[in-house]
Design a protein around this ligand. Structure first.
Ligand SMILES: NC(=O)c1ccc[n+]([C@@H]2O[C@H](COP(=O)([O-])OP(=O)(O)OC[C@H]3O[C@@H](n4cnc5c(N)ncnc54)[C@H](OP(=O)(O)O)[C@@H]3O)[C@@H](O)[C@H]2O)c1
Length: 251
């Protein structure tokens, strides 16, 4: 019997790699993102890998759009076994005093409020089924605050706190809640963070081997595929050249 996974931010980076790996591992998929064309491209590849796929194009910052998308799920699509809350971003890398409030709002609205809107909409379906697993993509920035990371780090601290809170409250419903907390991985993340400045984005990965999206996807699959009586609470991974947010070995 195939399982159903709902993966946010599937148009790029981790979400895209997670979608392919789940498609190869007996999951049908609901995939989301704002870029409709890219979403169709990813969905088509997942279908070639054997998955049935439902695409939902919306901005996770908009509560009404999130609720509408989840209430549009019908039939087997309501039996979500796995929710991967992956959509997220960093915008800017500026000292607190110079940072833009608009950037802060985008990060809070996407990484925290978007995750909350979607989880709040999907959890009742999981409660009805008395099963489910939520995997939140946090970050090493969720346990350590680095210079100029202020609000991004705060949103990822919130993701880790919410992971723990949801795990406690959902205990009676046998719903597992985990986080996967990566360090530096080369995706579109830095291009978004530096607002399209490709040179600055590239510089973030110079002098060491960063992780790639596949590394994170494999961890998500590992967390999701533990036996029902095991919950991995948090799985943190970094490039070998990164010990934590502060200690790097770059050549
Ligand atoms: N890369 C890293 O080094 C790293 C490390 C630790 C944690 N993370 C976290 O991992 C997650 C994925 O990051 P990534 O590296 O894969 O970045 P990415 O390549 O930029 O992908 C981000 C994904 O999130 C989606 N997204 C962003 N804003 C959205 C919105 N408002 N509504 C709907 N979807 C939205 C994007 O889709 P659309 O643009 O199509 O909407 C895209 O599919 C994020 O939560 C990030 O904070 C990344």
């Amino acid at each position: 019997m195939k399982k159903i996974a709902y993966v946010t931010g599937a148009t790029a980076g981790f979400g895209e790699a997670i979608a392919y790996l789940l498609a190869e591992n007996n999951y049908d998929l609901v995939l989301t993102g704002r870029r409709a064309e890219k979403l169709v491209e990813v969905a088509t590849k997942c279908k070639r890998l054997g998955a049935e796929v439902l695409e939902q194009t919306y901005d996770i910052q908009e509560r009404a759009s999130v609720e509408k998308a989840v209430s549009a799920l019908d039939g087997k699509w309501k039996n979500i076994d796995l929710l991967v809350n992956n959509a997220g971003l960093a915008v800017g890398l500026d000292p607190f005093q110079d940072a833009f409030v608009e950037d802060w709002e985008r990060m809070i609205d996407t990484n925290v409020k978007g995750l909350l809107y979607l989880s709040k909409a999907i959890v009742p379906l999981m409660i009805e089924n008395q099963k489910g697993h939520i995997i939140n993509i946090a970050s090493t920035a969720g346990s350590q605050v680095y210079a100029r990371g202020n609000v991004y780090c705060a949103t990822k601290h919130a993701v880790k706190a919410l992971t723990r809170a949801m795990r406690i409250d959902l205990l009676p419903h046998k719903i597992r809640v985990s986080s996967v907390s990566p360090g530096a991985a080369e995706t579109e993340f830095s291009v978004v963070r530096f607002k399209g400045d490709i040179e600055k984005a590239k510089a973030a990965y110079v002098g060491y081997d960063p992780m790639v999206a596949q590394d994170i996807a494999e961890c998500v699959l590992f967390v999701a595929s533990r036996p029902a009586h095991v919950c991995i609470n948090d799985l943190e991974l970094t490039p070998t050249a990164q010990a934590d947010s502060f200690n790097w070995f770059k050549e």
